[in-house]
Design a protein around this ligand. Structure first.
Ligand code: ADP
Length: 478
């Protein structure tokens, strides 16, 4: 078994600590153990002090130096793509193909923000007071606290760290305890690329370390991606101190399938959204809402396609679906699936909690005839579990799409321009997918939802500027 011993990374130095947490390869616990030290409040304070100390120097290094550094991070990620993808597969259970895609995307995010660093456009207006001028500038916020999850262990850190640096901020970052080795590999690349020491500081640990970042008075803004419950704690901590916060959480995302769709491509759309990446994407489809007229044919075809998907070792290129990320996730998903199986009404069509699979594997699971009162209709199941809800027509389907306190991503499969235009206007979600899976997003456009899914300014694309800068208005008279 390979053991990877991790260290924190503060002010350009590795800081060792007693390994109190461990993550194992979820497909084979005898293959890899990641030993993780835990940063306490005192160590978090050191990381914040390092970010505060670096802030002025980093900002004043200028946009070209920042842009060049981000571009170097992008090329180093690409240069180490195979090795990073293997590490992600072994640490989180993501299939090698998905992991490679994610690594490429992380590199592209750094490239995109290398460009954005050069385009921090302000405005200059005439003052209403004759002879005076007004300038509007976008200045860095300061020290950004960033807390990331394990499901996109390199892309989510990239879409938080790259814009923070592009706009001149410094960072204290905590990766998830389930993906800290990938986090440390990214941190090593950031250091090797010559990003100024102290501009990015990585502390390892779990909830208490995250909470210490949130409550530290030196942290000027908080960016979080993870669960609904933790997101609320992060927002409360930010409100207490009066600092900016953005929290990206889950969704109970719906795909509405109309009878005028291309059935085969709608099935592929549902299959991809619900089951790939073992359903561990916050934009994954869990509610598949199908017009009754085609529901039998749809369920039959979808079940067949699920059965053709191979569950297996993420490192094996023939594998379509890997394991869940940890034993804890497997227990949680098994409990949630079992609750659905017991619930009156919904019928188990495929998979289910009774399938005794080794390690952290959980079978792709499909329910049919689900109702709005079923647990899966209201609470996120972060695994390969989805349910078909049958509806009479588009109007009933749209009402069901919107019957959720979440609103991250919503999809529609249809051949009709009329329905797609209506859906774009009335579906309640931050991201709308017409004839595309609810999961799978671009890196150059805003990401985020409404309702319980997201809070605060949008992430990614040019929208990232709103969170990572503050607006400064200067009045001048010669
Ligand atoms: P998940 O495990 O489903 O990704 P979590 O919200 O538990 O969701 O974890 C997301 C990130 O938040 C992880 O890095 C985790 O360590 C961190 N975290 C957990 N609890 C807290 C907390 N109370 N305050 C700040 N961060 C936390």
């Amino acid at each position: 078994m390979q053991v990877i011993e991790l260290s924190h990374h503060i002010g350009g130095e590795l800081v060792a600590g007693e390994a109190l947490l461990a993550q194992y390869n979820p497909a084979d616990a005898t293959d890899l153990k990641v030993a993780i030290p835990v940063a306490d409040a005192a160590l978090v304070a050191k990381a914040v002090a390092s970010a505060e100390e670096a802030f002025g120097r980093f900002r004043d290094q200028g946009i070209e130096a920042r842009s060049d550094a981000l571009a170097r991070v992008a090329s180093l990620i690409n240069a180490q793509s195979d090795e990073l993808a293997r590490l992600i597969a072994r640490e989180t259970g993501k299939t090698l193909g998905d992991a490679k895609g994610e690594v490429g995307r992380a590199a592209r995010i750094f490239s995109f923000f290398a460009g954005e660093a050069l385009r921090i456009v302000g405005e200059r207006l005439e003052s209403t007071r004759n002879g005076a001028m007004v300038e509007i500038e976008y200045a860095p916020k300061g020290v950004i606290g960033q807390i990331t999850p394990w499901n996109f262990p390199i892309a989510i850190p990239a879409w938080k760290i790259a814009p923070a640096l592009a706009f001149g901020n410094t960072v204290v970052w905590k990766p998830s305890e389930l993906s800290s080795a990938t986090g440390a590999a990214l941190m090593a690349i950031i250091a090797k690329a010559g990003v100024m020491p102290g501009a990015v500081n990585m502390v390892l640990g779990a909830g208490e370390t995250g909470a210490a970042i949130c409550s530290h008075p030196g942290v000027d803004a908080l960016s979080f991606t993870g669960s609904v419950a933790t997101g609320k704690k992060v927002r409360m901590a930010a409100a207490e101190r009066g600092v900016a916060v953005q929290t990206e959480m889950g969704g109970v995302n719906a795909l509405l399938v109309l009878k005028d769709c291309d059935l085969n491509s709608a099935v592929e759309t549902a299959l991809n959204g619900a089951f790939l990446a073992a359903g561990q994407r916050c934009t994954a489809t869990s509610r598949i809402i199908v017009e009754e007229a085609i529901a039998d044919a749809f369920v039959e075809r979808l079940s067949l396609r699920i059965s053709e998907h191979r569950l297996g070792d993420p490192l094996d290129t023939g594998t379509h679906i890997g394991p869940l990320a940890s034993k804890g996730q497997k227990e949680l998903i098994s409990r949630q699936s079992a609750a659905m199986e017991r619930h009156p009404g919904a019928q188990l069509v495929f998979g289910g909690s009774a399938e005794a699979l080794p390690e952290c594997f959980f079978a792709p699971t499909l329910f049919d005839h689900a109702k709005a009162t079923d647990p899966i209709a209201q609470e996120e199941i972060f695994g390969p579990v989805a349910a078909v809800f049958r509806v009479a027509d588009y109007e009933a389907g749209l009402a069901m799409v919107n019957d959720s306190r979440f609103g991250l991503s919503a999809g529609l499969c249809t051949g009709s321009l009329r329905y797609s235009e209506h859906f774009k206007r009335y579906a309640r979600a931050g991201m709308l997918m017409i004839n595309l899976p609810t999961a799978g997003i671009d890196y150059h456009v805003p990401f985020g939802g409404v309702g319980a899914s997201s809070y605060g300014a949008r992430e990614q694309g040019r929208a990232a500027k709103a969170f990572y800068t503050h607006t400064r208005t200067t009045y001048l008279k010669a």
